[in-house]
Design a protein around this ligand. Structure first.
Ligand code: S3P
Length: 440
């Protein structure tokens, strides 16, 4: 259990950086690639623990994946082309996205496949994905609604009409992937959430229709249509950028440009929220690549931020960024309110609860509800005491938010379970060093 000690704020910086490849797109490129036919060439794949779990899982299912000069070569074996055997065990590690999306691709397995995960993943809800996959015809064995679980597929799949009400991109995507191997038309009505799976399949010319309504997306997939392999380059992860954007905003006299970031409208809720709080984060040089939107992000230090009554419509599009948004809210003038965030307590850790604990530790008044939080901001907030961050379920985003808080608020911070950040953003500390922070 390594820990990091941070004492003292970061000095002013003026840098241009790149962050690791987007995690959602990295996982999707591998899973969709496994169902394509032929050799896929994927550049800038994230090297995080979650992607390693995805690669190891796919290898167990007979998919050949090799790396040459940083490029990932994946040999797609076509729809339902996995090499099914008895007693396959797949360890999804910390990755809810891999675990849930993979189940969608396993609905035809003729042998039981066991899926396990680490301690944090084993606490998370899998009922939400077992329910729709059962409707296709798959069978599950699990204790309660969690991992470990066993899936047994069927040849006699039937397409479903699925209504996704939580705004979960993982549930929506898992059903879409299941539909690829199911004859006929699957219909999905989904509360708005990140739409990478749909855009990826559309880019590959898979028969998929997407209709965008005000609060929902309607998706129609025509299954059992083989598609070809592809070349893809993964753009930078906006969720990783979020830490450096807030670091720059809250530091003195600093400037940061982040190149080649995915700015898919379903992912930039974070920028919309903080810009409503008075931040002036700019999205420049916007372009279309592989059916997604890319841009460079420019941000400067600023002095004053306003509190926000956060519109619920942004929740799903900023779901992974709330911890770092709460940090900004703690330096804003006035009371910020965030509502309908029950899903945040169902992540790698109960994030809403832990955020409130950490904010209280640094002297911020907080009112916590079951899915809501009120943050009484203090623009003069500084920390001069010792802060210990421990027992946070090794949640990578709690670790990284705490490091950023330490670097912009001061004090002496000891943050346990340092290895956690590599499950999503292995270059995090290297980039901080590049920006100028010297770790002891
Ligand atoms: C993800 C969807 C979100 C998000 C997760 C990645 C994805 O989860 O929190 O980090 O890649 O589909 P939910 O679908 O549970 O909201």
């Amino acid at each position: 259990m390594a820990k990091i000690i941070i004492q003292g704020k970061i000095k002013k910086f003026n840098k241009t950086i790149r962050v690791d490849g987007d995690k959602s797109l990295s996982i999707r490129s591998l899973l969709i690639g496994s169902q394509s036919y032929g050799l896929c060439k994927i550049k800038n794949l994230s090297k995080s623990g979650d992607i390693l779990s995805t690669i190891n899982g796919l290898k167990k299912l007979g998919i050949k994946i090799i790396f040459k000069k940083e490029i990932c070569y994946l040999y797609g074996k076509g729809l339902n082309g996995f090499n099914y055997k008895k007693n396959i065990l797949i360890n999804a590690g910390n990755s809810g996205t891999f675990a849930r999306l993979l189940l969608g691709l396993l609905i035809k397995t003729p042998y039981e496949i066991k899926l396990v995960g680490d301690k944090s993943l084993s606490k998370r809800d899998f009922q939400r994905i077992m329910d729709p996959l059962k409707e296709f015809g798959a069978n599950f064995k699990s204790q309660k609604k969690n991992l470990p679980l066993k899936i047994l597929g069927t040849e006699f799949l039937k397409p479903i009409n699925y209504f996704e009400k939580k705004g979960s991109a993982q549930c929506k995507s898992s059903v879409i992937l299941a539909a690829l191997n199911t004859p006929g038309k699957t219909l999905v009505k989904a509360k708005k959430s990140r739409n990478h799976t749909e855009l990826f399949l559309k880019y590959l010319k898979v028969p998929i229709k997407i209709k965008t309504k005000k609060n929902y997306d309607m998706i129609e997939i025509n299954g059992e249509n083989q598609f070809k392999s592809f070349n893809y380059e993964i753009p930078g992860d906006i969720s990783s950028c979020a830490f450096f954007i807030v670091l720059t905003l809250l530091s003195k006299d600093s400037n940061l440009t982040i190149k080649d970031v995915n700015v898919n409208p379903s992912r930039i809720g974070f920028i919309k929220i903080i810009n409503q709080m008075g931040a002036k984060v700019k999205i420049k040089n916007k372009r279309d690549v592989y059916g997604e939107k890319l841009a460079d992000i420019c941000v400067k230090s600023q002095k004053n931020f306003k509190s926000i009554n956060c519109p619920v419509k942004f929740n799903s599009n900023a779901i992974d960024e709330f911890l770092i948004i709460f940090l900004l809210a703690s330096k804003a003038s006035g009371i910020s309110r965030f509502r309908k965030l029950e899903e945040l307590n169902k992540k790698e850790s109960p994030r809403l609860k832990l955020a409130s604990k950490i904010l209280k530790k640094i002297g911020i008044k907080v009112k916590l509800g079951s899915g809501s939080i009120k943050i009484f901001g203090n623009p003069k907030l500084k920390v001069s005491k010792k802060i210990l961050i421990n027992n946070y379920y090794k949640d990578h985003r709690i670790f990284m938010t705490s490091v950023i808080a330490a670097l912009c608020l001061g004090g002496k911070w000891t943050i346990d379970d340092m290895e956690s950040y590599s499950s999503s953003f292995p270059s995090f500390l290297d980039i901080l060093q590049k920006i100028g922070y010297k770790f002891r």
